[in-house]
Design a protein around this ligand. Structure first.
Ligand code: ZN
Length: 410
């Protein structure tokens, strides 16, 4: 244990941005609950496959360990490497997939959950923390560790899993194909470091004095980690990951609809009301997630439009939070959003993934700065009671989801 704590202490300063390991494990397990019934949910509910998913959900940060300091970890965060792995799976195994192929899929789904969670947490939640917690704690403390410990104090310690199931030899082979060779022993050392971090975080989360310190360091972040209504929080990330996983599963089965599933998630959710109007507030921002990592050059100023009910464009600025080959877009209004207005955000055809898959049909979602329609259940209001309710339901259904958000909110 002493060696373990020493190892963990060595580990701590290396990865100061993004979710901690225990948070990643929790998000991956939570995402399984968000999957609709079916093959994918069955796969990841199998305990052996779940072990692989958990290992995969930790794996990318192993490269940041002071004991490794190897680029394999950074690569594993991002869709180009994950795509190389998926392409290798599709080239190697016939369909229907064998248990061995499914195990290799479960592992990469874990890594993909990690990468997606980091992107959305950093781009959507931590951008708020920088404002609401302020720059001072960011300059002095380690946000990813602090929030990891506080989150574990709220959701409980995360499982330790057997890292012997990690497909190290296959990973080394795909890193070779990818053009960034790495050694099995380096990856093993990385995974061991991560397991130590999970144990260390669980120990700290059980210490009230440490916890009190951490709560004081990042008061806003620590209060909202487990708030599923806060954009980009770990608590809401399972739903995003589940939506993403379904597109990866479709890709692995040559069944991905690049237009229908182009955008998998948005903050605020499609059809929402009471959106912040003031351009000076970060809450006026719109964030959304592409299913495929985007070639930044194709996300031109005209690639996304925001129009009011009359089709008049509202000026805005947008960009990929992590730049080229990433998935999360932040969009800010230039000038306040108008009062009581429903806006339509549209991704125009032409946006293209890093590997050349081009969106060919527009994809839209809406948000409103107005109030939600009032639901009236009484029959004596002169509007015909039940008839009015039917009309409201009909209106609501017009606000159809125009992108496929397939993960139910829990
Ligand atoms: Zn990470």
């Amino acid at each position: 244990m002493r060696n373990l704590l020493l190892l963990s202490a060595l580990w701590l300063p290396a990865d100061a941005l993004a979710c901690g390991q225990s948070t990643h494990i929790w998000i991956g397990l939570h995402a399984i609950e968000h999957l609709p019934p079916g093959e994918l949910k069955d796969l990841l509910s199998d305990p052996a496959m779940q072990t692989l998913e958990i290992n995969g959900s930790m794996f990318p940060d192993g490269g940041y360990s002071p004991l490794t300091q190897d680029a394999y970890g950074e690569d594993a965060h991002w869709e180009p490497f994950q795509t190389a792995w998926m392409n290798w799976v599709m080239d190697t195994y016939p369909q229907p997939y064998s248990d061995e192929a499914l195990a290799d899929i479960a592992f990469i789904l874990g890594a993909a959950a990690h990468g997606m969670a980091d992107q959305a947490y950093d781009g959507v939640f931590l951008t708020r923390s920088l404002i609401y917690d302020g720059p001072e704690p960011w300059a002095n403390y380690n946000s990813d560790h602090t929030t990891d410990v506080v989150f574990v104090s709220q959701v409980g310690p995360q499982p330790q899993v057997d890292d012997e199931t990690v497909p190290y030899d296959k990973l080394a082979h795909v890193y070779d194909l990818y053009g960034n060779p790495t050694e099995v022993r380096t990856m093993k050392l990385g995974q061991t470091s991560l397991q130590a971090a999970v144990q260390f975080v669980a120990a700290e989360a059980a210490d009230p004095a440490v916890l009190a310190d951490y709560l004081a360091q990042f008061p806003w972040s620590t209060e909202h980690l487990n708030d599923k209504d806060m954009p980009g929080s770990p608590a809401c990330m399972g739903a995003v990951v589940a939506a993403y996983w379904q597109t990866l599963w479709d890709r692995l089965h040559h069944d991905f609809d690049k237009d229908k599933s182009a955008v998998i998630w948005s903050w605020p959710p499609d059809g929402s009301f009471q959106h912040e109007r003031s351009a000076a507030s970060i809450e006026s921002q719109i964030s959304f997630v592409f299913a495929r990592a985007v070639d930044q050059d194709t996300l031109t100023p005209d690639a996304i439009t925001v129009t009011d009910e009359d089709g008049v464009e509202h000026p805005q600025e947008h960009g990929l939070y992590y730049g080229n080959r990433s998935n999360v877009v932040n969009l800010s209004p230039v000038g306040d959003w108008a009062e009581d207005t429903t806006y339509t955000v549209t991704v125009q055809p032409g946006v293209t993934s890093f590997d050349g898959v081009q969106i060919e049909a527009p994809t839209s979602f809406t948000f409103s700065t107005g109030e939600p329609p009032k639901v009236c259940g009484c029959a004596s209001d002169g509007r015909g009671g039940a008839g009015f309710l039917v009309a409201l339901v009909a209106t609501a259904s017009l606000r159809r989801r125009r992108f496929t958000s397939r993960a139910p909110l829990a």
